[in-house]
Structure formats: structure tokens, C-alpha cells
Design a protein around this ligand. Structure first.
Ligand code: NAI
Length: 307
């Protein structure tokens, strides 16, 4: 099989000063990509800053014979997110790949969570992904080429105690990518979502040390690199990866029930049919909201024959 390479490709990776971002940056650079290593540094909860985080990763890439420049701008604000993307333009004249990876944690149960903790997490994860994607999309559209990978989480897809802020932001990111994928389809811009599981400082407190050591970020990086490559032929999809496991995740909808609307539909009818409404046997996946609406109308038509 032909080796996947990134010669002449320019990649911005946010939050690349450590953890998963560092693994993506070093892998892409080792395959020929010119990499913008973005990271303001700081603690896992988003306080403080440390320019050495991004510098160390860039130095590692340069020492291995690759190409990299650093960016210390935060993804949180529209202006600074634009600066990150402009760094690619200033240094290399184009941008082909964006990996939205930056993240912070402010875990607390709902009643203890302050509005500030909620807003901080939404700002870095969801706003940051929107801002960087919007700025990058303009360049990608012009060159009719782009690969965007954004980072969701099992906490977003499935929920996690103490992570209402993070879960909301992370599922929001998957929703954002679904629509970006559709807007990008005419311009060869592919947008996908990664759901990683890896031993990093973010999981240090929740995973036992022996697990952390065995599921490093290098086991997530290969699929992210493929999603960033020319050969990537999928868009608007979610992938789960960790410790050597790779899989696609999806939202599905059951066959449900259709009541005759010729008479009123009562709460008791729902109560009587709740098991069938809950049943996911024979469920489907929809490629877009339009496809979903078409499938719904077809189901109604089978019963009512009025559309
Ligand atoms: P990490 O803490 O090592 O990486 C996050 C990086 O984002 C840090 O280097 C941090 O300095 C940077 N960052 C924080 N605020 C930023 C900002 N405003 N602008 C730019 N960069 C900023 O943790 P890890 O695990 O590598 O996380 C990477 C991504 O993967 C995050 O989005 C995280 O939520 C996500 N994730 C990680 C999982 C895991 O198992 N490690 C599980 C699910 C999601």
C-alpha cells in the first residue's frame, strides 16, 4: 500500500503543546507536513500560560528533520483564532489541514458548577472549534481543498457525571462538524470528528497509571492522520479511537410508531406504545437533516398517504 504522505500540506493543530495534539503534530510532520504547533500552554483547567509547551513540540519536530512554527494564540476569541490560521498563511502561504484539539476541563456536578466554569469550557471547546473552523474554511474553500478533524468525547456522546459543561461542548462540536461537512462537500473539504481515549494529563486523575501508560496518544494519531490525508474519502462522520481500538460511532433513529392523525393522539397512546417507541431494531442513520425529513415523510406517507 502506498505510504500516506503530507508533502506540501500545511496543518494547524490547536492545543498541540502536549498530549494528543503533540502526537498528531509529530506524526503529520514526520510524514512531510508543515505544522503550526498552537498552544498558549497553562494548566489543564485553562489557567496560566506557558510558551515552552508549544516550543518544545516544535523543537522536537525540527530536530527530527521536519518543519514547524509555533503559535501561542488562544482559540477562545475570534481575533486570536484568526491569528492562529494567519500564522499558517504568513509562514507557508496556505492551509490544508485543521485539527481542533485544544481543550480544558472544569469538572463539577451541576449544582456546584459556576457559570464561569461553564463558559470557560464552552469557550475553549465549542467557540474555539467554531472560530478556527470558520477562519480555516475561508482559505480551504478558495483552494477547493481542506481536511478538518475536531475533537468530541464519550462524555458528550454518552454523558458523564460532573461534566455537564464539557459534555455539552463536546456534543456541540459533533453537531458543528456535521453541518461543516455538508457546507464543505462542494469544495473537497472533509470534516470529521474524533472521540479519543488516551492517557494524557487530562485523564491522569480518572485512569489508573498502568492504563494511562498502555493507551498513549500515539494510538489515536493514525486515524486522525488518515482523516487529514488526501485519501480520506469520508466526511461528517465520528470515529472512536484508543489503545489500538478504532471504530465509527453514529447517531441512529428507530423505526418508531406512526399513529393515525385522523383522531387525536393522546398521552395514553404514547404510554401504551413506549416500548415500541424506544425500540431501536431496524433503526437507520441519516446523512443530513434533509434526508431525515425525507425518511419521516415517507414513513408518514406509508400510513396516511397524504404527502
Ligand atoms: P491536554 O491537556 O494534554 O491537551 C489539551 C491542550 O489544549 C493543552 O496542551 C492545552 O494547553 C491546550 N489549550 C488549552 N486551552 C487552549 C486554548 N484556549 N487555545 C489553544 N490551546 C489550548 O489533554 P488531551 O487529553 O491531549 O486533550 C486533547 C483533546 O482531546 C481535548 O479537546 C480533550 O477534551 C479531548 N479528549 C481527550 C480524551 C482523552 O482520553 N485524553 C478523551 C476525550 C476527549
Amino acid at each position: 500500500m502506498e505510504k500516506v504522505r503530507f508533502e506540501n500540506r500545511v496543518a494547524v493543530i490547536t492545543g498541540a503543546g502536549g498530549g494528543l495534539g503533540r502526537a498528531y503534530a509529530t506524526l503529520l510532520a514526520s510524514r512531510g507536513a508543515k505544522v503550526i504547533v498552537n498552544d498558549p500552554g497553562g494548566t489543564f483547567d485553562g489557567t496560566g500560560s506557558d510558551p515552552t509547551a508549544a516550543r518544545k513540540v516544535a523543537a522536537e519536530i525540527l530536530a527530527a528533520g521536519g518543519e514547524a512554527v509555533v503559535s501561542h494564540d488562544s482559540v477562545e476569541e475570534w481575533e486570536s483564532a484568526q491569528n492562529i490560521i494567519e500564522t499558517a498563511l504568513d509562514h507557508y502561504g496556505r492551509l490544508d489541514i485543521l485539527i481542533n484539539n485544544a481543550g480544558v476541563l472544569r469538572d463539577k456536578s451541576l449544582l456546584k458548577m459556576t457559570v464561569e466554569d461553564y463558559r470557560k469550557v464552552m469557550a475553549v471547546h465549542l467557540d474555539g472549534t467554531f472560530f478556527c473552523t470558520k477562519a480555516a474554511f475561508a482559505l480551504m474553500k478558495e483552494q477547493s481543498y481542506g481536511r478538518i478533524v475536531s475533537t468530541s468525547s464519550a462524555a458528550g456522546l454518552y454523558g458523564n457525571f460532573g461534566q455537564t459543561n464539557y459534555g455539552a461542548a463536546k456534543l456541540g462540536i459533533a453537531g458543528l462538524m456535521n453541518s461543516v461537512a455538508q457546507e464543505g462537500s462542494r469544495y473537497n473539504i472533509k470534516a470529521n470528528t474524533i472521540i479519543p481515549t488516551a492517557g494524557t494529563r487530562m485523564t491522569f486523575t480518572v485512569m489508573p497509571e498502568e492504563v494511562i501508560d498502555k493507551i498513549g496518544p500515539e494510538y489515536v494519531a493514525p486515524i486522525v492522520a488518515w482523516l487529514c490525508s488526501d485519501s480520506c474519502n469520508v466526511s461528517g462522520k465520528m470515529f472512536s479511537a484508543g489503545g489500538g481500538y478504532f471504530s465509527r460511532a453514529a447517531v441512529i433513529e428507530g423505526r418508531g410508531v406512526v399513529f393515525d392523525t385522523g383522531r387525536s393522539i393522546t398521552v395514553e397512546m404514547i404510554a401504551a406504545e413506549i416500548d415500541r417507541i424506544m425500540d431501536l431494531e431496524g433503526s437507520s442513520e441519516h446523512g443530513s437533516a434533509v434526508e431525515h425529513a425525507g425518511a419521516l415523510l415517507a414513513r408518514l406517507n406509508n400510513v396516511h398517504d397524504k404527502f
